[in-house]
Ligand binder design. Sequence first.
Ligand code: GLA
Length: 393
Amino acid sequence: MEQMNQIALRNKFNEVFKKTKMYFFAPGRVNLIGEHTDYNGGHVFPCALSFGTHAVLCKRDDNTVRLHSLNLPEKGIITAELADLKKLPQNDWANYPLGVLDVFQRRGYNIPQGFEMLFWGNIPAGAGLSSSASIELATAVALNTAYGLNIPQIELVKIAQEAENKFVGMNCGIMDQFASGMGKEDNAILLDCNTLKYEYVPLNLRGISIVIINSNKKHSLVNSAYNERRQQCERALKALQRELPVKALGELTIPQFEAHKHLIQDPVEQKRAKHAVYENQRTLQAAQCLRAGELEKFGHLMNESHISLRDDYEVSCPELDLIAQTAWEQPGVLGARITGGGFGGSAVALVKDENIKNLIDTVSAVYTPKTGLKADFYIANVGGPARQIEKIY
Ligand code: GLA
């Protein structure tokens, strides 16, 4: 005991009084290509970002859960009881961690005592870069670690998606939670959303960067329009199933779709299905291009993806179209498109390093006068998965 210094003494205090704090981080994501394909049983090609949600957890001795976000301090401390978790509108952002906790308990994982958890995120809100999935994964990894549950990471991903679907009420696919939970530094993830088989593809971009352009147009009506797209695709699939033994639009090749699309009588539903089928094939091709170092081709596929999202899937908005169009016209831009669900949020572009400044200057100069908004630009650093970051007592 003679050796005990102040830090060791503080550590001992925390040990004796069980005030262990644990630190976690879960990334946001940017999707390179493969949009609105996840819930259609197709492929996606996202990467995890180096920015996301940081969280600190400390267990309590009772059954109360107390949550606070440094991004929304005005919401105060949100409190709930382990045995009585409900989605409440006033709980706002905290419905994400509460939802994850609820799914843990429903699945029978034992959370024997409450906790305090503090969140801070550096993903711009409403940017379409999956801040909500990163809150969910930070919570899931924190609960798994703090309560010694040993749940495999892929299960945490599924728990987070279920929380969003069933507790929060957003009927999203699995892409965002998967990217946050399974990301790998300097790699994109080619994920087959039908089977959850995945492959990491190294981002050997050699002098080219992934540039994220935040339109700062907040998503609006996202939930209802998103659910409507899902339903339209489900109806289109039903129509095709009259002749084709497929379980998802993602199983179709382009020739199969072209030969059977007449079965989808509603022209809007036909367009939606066309996007899902073609976008899935583009995603597979894009992964192949990245493996082969054919980045120009990759860029063309990104442009085609944007056009399809704009015209066939109709999830773009004038702001994102202006950003994409302006980017396409700039030197050194290999491709640019919407990333994420659409209706606002961000675009993603592949840009030669020496041309990034021109892209930023030109898009800014065109965008603000036409929209009254200011675009923000980030060069994506592709980071690792949701994890405990450090053990500090
Ligand atoms: C949102 C959803 C994802 C995915 C994308 C569109 O980000 O959360 O599951 O459907 O939109 O690709």
